[in-house]
Design a protein around this ligand. Structure first.
Ligand code: FES
Length: 197
């Protein structure tokens, strides 16, 4: 009797306690679609990172390679000794023709010419190249005059003057330093002089 009950129990179908959802493997088409979607997401992610990297400024304001903001108090009087900014690697000079930001590196082999007030010129300690207040070559082995940086001057009346492509001084005729609201020297924009003039 007992063995007959056991056989009956074995033959009974066990009750299902949960609803099982059949899992079908993705079709070939679905699989390709997933691969394509993942590839597109990767490409989008990479290009977004690249775009952010490109737009992120490489240099901060106030460090060489970035923009230096100065006020009128640092402007030398016309013909006076330049004001030097070693952290920005430039001299702010005021020759008669206007205001200039000179790159402080000698165009011969990269030494740092110093302003010699008694002689009224820059002199390079390495091989003796000499330059005028506006950076124009005077003598020595340097192949060209001192380079310049792009400068933007904003005046109190809201007008602006920007260094032109040849790096000419910004003319202050009819104005004075008191008319200046802001000077911006962009040390990422170096204007190379063509020669010794
Ligand atoms: S590095 Fe200035 S003259 Fe040679």
């Amino acid at each position: 009797m007992a063995s007959a009950r056991a056989v009956e129990a074995i033959n009974q179908t066990p009750e299902t306690t949960t609803d099982e959802i059949p899992v079908n493997p993705p079709s070939r088409r679905e699989f390709l679609f997933y691969i394509w979607g993942a590839s597109m997401l990767m490409i989008l992610g990479q290009s977004s990172v690249g775009m952010i990297w490109f737009m992120w400024p490489l240099f901060k304001e106030g460090e060489f390679g970035g923009v230096f903001k100065l006020d009128q108090t640092v402007v030398p009087s016309a013909g006076d000794a330049p004001n030097s900014f070693p952290e920005g690697r430039f001299h702010l000079t005021h020759p008669e023709r206007g205001l200039l930001a000179l790159y402080n590196v000698c165009t011969h082999l990269g030494c740092l010419p110093k302003w010699q007030g008694a002689r009224g010129r820059f002199e390079c300690p390495c091989h003796g190249s000499k330059y005028e207040l506006d950076g124009t070559w005077i003598e020595g082995p340097a192949p060209r005059s001192l380079d310049r940086f792009e400068m933007t001057i904003t005046f109190l009346d809201g007008s602006k003057s920007i260094t032109n492509l040849t790096g000419d001084p910004i003319d202050l005729t009819g104005r004075s330093a008191d008319d200046i609201s802001l000077i911006e020297i962009n040390t990422s924009k170096r204007i190379k002089r063509a020669g010794r003039t």
